[in-house]
Design a protein around this ligand. Structure first.
Ligand SMILES: NC(=O)c1ccc[n+]([C@@H]2O[C@H](COP(=O)([O-])OP(=O)(O)OC[C@H]3O[C@@H](n4cnc5c(N)ncnc54)[C@H](OP(=O)(O)O)[C@@H]3O)[C@@H](O)[C@H]2O)c1
Length: 277
């Protein structure tokens, strides 16, 4: 696995295993992903989509087998109220925002069975902006968090405003990588020049047309690898950290192999050209 050191001094793997929608299979799949070579895990304190305690079960098994906490990068999220199933909110919905953040963080640490979280990501911006800032201030005040991030933030001026007001600057942005946002071209450029790392999700799911493109197909054919592997290699070469939610052990192995793929300048240009902009 390749790693990058973020602006917060946190070591982050260049591909992260995603745990959404895995329900009771979460523990076994996280365990398998780490055994295959993944070292980063993305989850959320959002029972509607993530079984965070299942991640904790896998971690316990790995730690019991001798894996050290420092060998893993563990990232979770604080999900604002509207992102929750009303019947399964992991904090007091009537409490002030900063209390909701603190309660959610405690639940995450309990679910994961760890005292230190490498990254806490705000799952989506809140409106009005003062609510967003209150949540961010609360995230800044937590003990034991390596770095902060924000997700589903597609508006460069909003990200810039948060960056400017933050005492602890966002170190990562986690966004859906898709055509409708123009692949976040302007936002990613701003991130590049301001030391914010971009994590992508829906990288494969949202882009079957890119996987089917001549450029990706030809690069795959030449190397005897899959279009998915080429696309991950392209993203990583762009400086993007893809989240990968595969449930297949064969895909886990294939996808970890993408660090061996060196795309040519021409291939990078051709695939990059398909993103428009
Ligand atoms: N912040 C947010 O709001 C948010 C939203 C969505 C997701 N996420 C995070 O992102 C993670 C990833 O989710 P995603 O939606 O982005 O999923 P994804 O990784 O883009 O897509 C997973 C799909 O790609 C397939 N796949 C993976 N590797 C492949 C390969 N080498 N060849 C062919 N198919 C392959 C998987 O099938 P197989 O299972 O058969 O391999 C699966 O159907 C989530 O688990 C979650 O952690 C965050």
């Amino acid at each position: 696995m390749q790693w990058i050191e973020t602006r917060a001094g946190v070591r982050m793997p260049r591909m992260i295993y995603g745990t959404a929608w895995k329900k009771e299979r979460t523990a076994a799949l996280v365990y398998a992903a780490v055994k295959a070579g993944f070292r980063g895990i993305d989850t959320a304190c959002q029972p509607k989509h993530y079984h965070e305690a299942g991640v904790g079960e896998a971690l316990k098994r790995l730690f019991d087998e001798g894996m050290a906490r420092d060998e893993l990068y563990i990232q979770t999220k604080f999900t604002p109220l509207e992102g929750h199933d009303p019947k399964r909110i992991p904090y007091d919905p009537k409490a002030p925002l900063h209390v909701q953040v603190a309660q959610s963080y405690e639940v995450s640490k309990h679910n994961l069975g760890i005292e230190r979280i490498d990254a806490l990501v705000l799952h989506s911006p809140l409106f009005p902006y003062r609510d967003l800032l209150e949540v961010w201030r609360a995230m800044e005040s937590l003990e034991g968090v390596g770095q902060l991030g924000i997700s589903n933030c597609y508006d460069p001026p909003l990200l810039q405003r948060l960056y400017s007001d933050a005492r602890i600057k966002p170190a990562v942005v986690q966004n859906r990588f898709y055509d409708q946002s123009g692949y976040d071209a302007a936002l990613r450029q701003w991130c590049d020049t301001n030391g914010v790392l971009y994590q992508s999700f829906w990288s494969l799911t949202a882009n079957p047309h890119l996987l089917a493109s001549d450029a990706v197909q030809e690069a795959a054919r030449l190397r005897g690898v899959s279009p998915a592997q080429i696309f991950y290699a392209f993203l990583i070469a762009q400086g993007i950290t893809p989240l990968n939610g595969t449930t297949s052990e064969a895909h886990m192995r294939d996808d970890l192999g993408v660090f061996e793929i060196a795309l040519t300048f021409k291939e990078m240009e051709e695939i990059g050209g398909l993103l428009g902009g």
